[in-house]
Design a protein around this ligand. Sequence first.
Ligand SMILES: [Ca+2]
Ligand SMILES: [Ca+2]
Ligand SMILES: [Ca+2]
Length: 274
Amino acid sequence: MLAAQPVVAISGPAEVTLGGTATLTLTFDNQPDASPGSDVGYAPYIDLVLPKNGADGAGPGSDAPFENDGIRFLSATYLGSPVAATVLEFDVNGEAVHPFARDATGELRVVRAADYGLGPGDELVVLQLPFGSFTPDQTAQQISVRLEVSSLADAGVALPITAVAGFALGRDALNNPAADPPLLGPVASTTLTPTLLSLSKSFVWTGRGDGHRPELPARLHALTRHRRRPDAHRSRADRPAPGRHRRHGCDHHLRPGGKHRFRSRYERPDRSLR
Ligand SMILES: [Ca+2]
Ligand SMILES: [Ca+2]
Ligand SMILES: [Ca+2]
């Protein structure tokens, strides 16, 4: 006998730019285990637990000097259509009452942030899958989730993201939690690490090198302009500028420790090289 078991997997980028957005894919599936009961699960959903506080924003709310600087939910879609999402903040006890899933006693489930390595003020997002039930031979389905990372996030500090899948009505379609307990699957987790701002769109080249010495590689101009920090460029400054390609931008990254890093972008009329 195989019985319905909700399972979710998370995939997505490991890093995200400060102040930027990241898109995760949550893959929901019914992978029956050896428990007794039907192999069809009813009222599928996903709980997504997000580190809204971030590195500095301890506690509920977002007040100085503990402003949230973590990751928050923006939207979720299934095949391009919005997915019903309930966004809750864990209270001062680190608890949130689930909007519809019940425990075996019939009470709405109390979700505890500490079970996912988080605490008061972090975020619980409940995503209701657009299916009444889910069979084991049904193809795994993907939900796309957009997240926003605070511009105040601490670069290099990995933030934990957790997802758990559930069948709110258990293994039959009735709301009978005592006889047919609602199901929760295994915990899936990942981390997202904020990285420093890329200034590629706003960096304005004001050095006189460009117009003056067009044959020089852009990195050498950078070296000239930032001669007080030559280490960041020396190793690559001798790379020749691509012939006939026009440099149209320079990405500037300020790295931990105050080092600067440049990456030039070149283009020719038909396509972009970098
Ligand atoms: Ca907070
Ligand atoms: Ca911060
Ligand atoms: Ca049921």
